[in-house]
Design a binder for this molecule. Sequence first.
Ligand code: SF4
Length: 386
Amino acid sequence: MELYIHIPFCVRKCTYCSFTSFPGCSQQEMERYLFAVLREAQLRKHEINEPLETVYIGGGTPSLIPAELFCSFLSELKTILDFSRVHEFTTEANPGTVTPAWLDTAVSQGINRISFGVQAFQDQILQTLGRIHRSCDVAASVKAARESGMENISLDLMFGIPGQKAEDWAETLHFALSLCPDHISAYGLIPEDGTPLSAQLDSGILELPDPDSERNMYDFCIRLLAENGFEQYEISNFSRPGYACRHNIGYWDQVPYLGLGLSAASMLRPASRPKGVFSIRTTNPDTLHEYYRLIHSPVFSVPEETISLAEARFETVMLSLRMTAGMNRKRFRDLHGAPPEAFYGDVLRRLASQGLLVLKDDSWLLTRRGMDIQNSILLEFMEDRA
Ligand code: SF4
């Protein structure tokens, strides 16, 4: 089982950000929030019905929490939840905010993976995105993370940014590689409604690169990272062999997870769930006021969404085809009681005959052509849903 902890504090809001995070916050506010998360862990620990194997602290900017407070929070959390089987423990961090003391605390508390939100290596582009760091902060932060003993360092990069040219993206990738990370996530920018960036695009102040340029940036990334020993294991994720993010793979493999904190989502499979229900999904409130109200109730109760067996089967298709390892037939059978052909025989045969899907080593994989039109392929599965 997996655990996610949401830290909703940032120095300021990035222009493209639609995550639940608040700019500027006092230490007192952080203390109050972390105390609430510990209380939520107390109230919900009975929902963990399998050993925790991965933990992910995301945000927001977890590296904004002062080292001492971070240390006491994690120590306390480990007295509530059993971390003895956790083998991957990740924290997100912002390059402008990590200090050696914070990194030492993280490592001493068992955190062995750090994911830096780098995005780009051009200060002008970082400014467009509203990031607080500058390109020169990144190398120093990565070096400090290595020196602290962090085993797995991941860099988040972004392409398709207004004003970003192919040569900027190439420079970003080359610079990232020069820092010898173990893992790289490369996401195309998706302007979210309601963000300042989206408003600037709507008013014509900024312009996105055209779709062909964006596609070329993605193709270049796949090629360059492969040439440099990185394996692509998911649409946007690349790692050195053995360094794929197990927590994220868990999401795509539908491993149950508990999410603690503001707006955190959970997907649980309690033994007592009704017949015909695969899992139960909940999302925590996204306002501090409502969250604090809930954690002071005797029971932590949020609306539940039940996922039926048919919905879960489709999710298995949708999530596993994102990964280059594809949809493993045995895993599908273990989850759903029969191999994928029992539910999707027609569509699998049709897509295979069109060269969009291939069966290899007992897994159904999208071909390169299939990857390019993944959304329409998923629609076919949706229509064929048994
Ligand atoms: S650092 Fe991350 S969470 Fe915080 S505002 Fe920027 S994108 Fe959002």
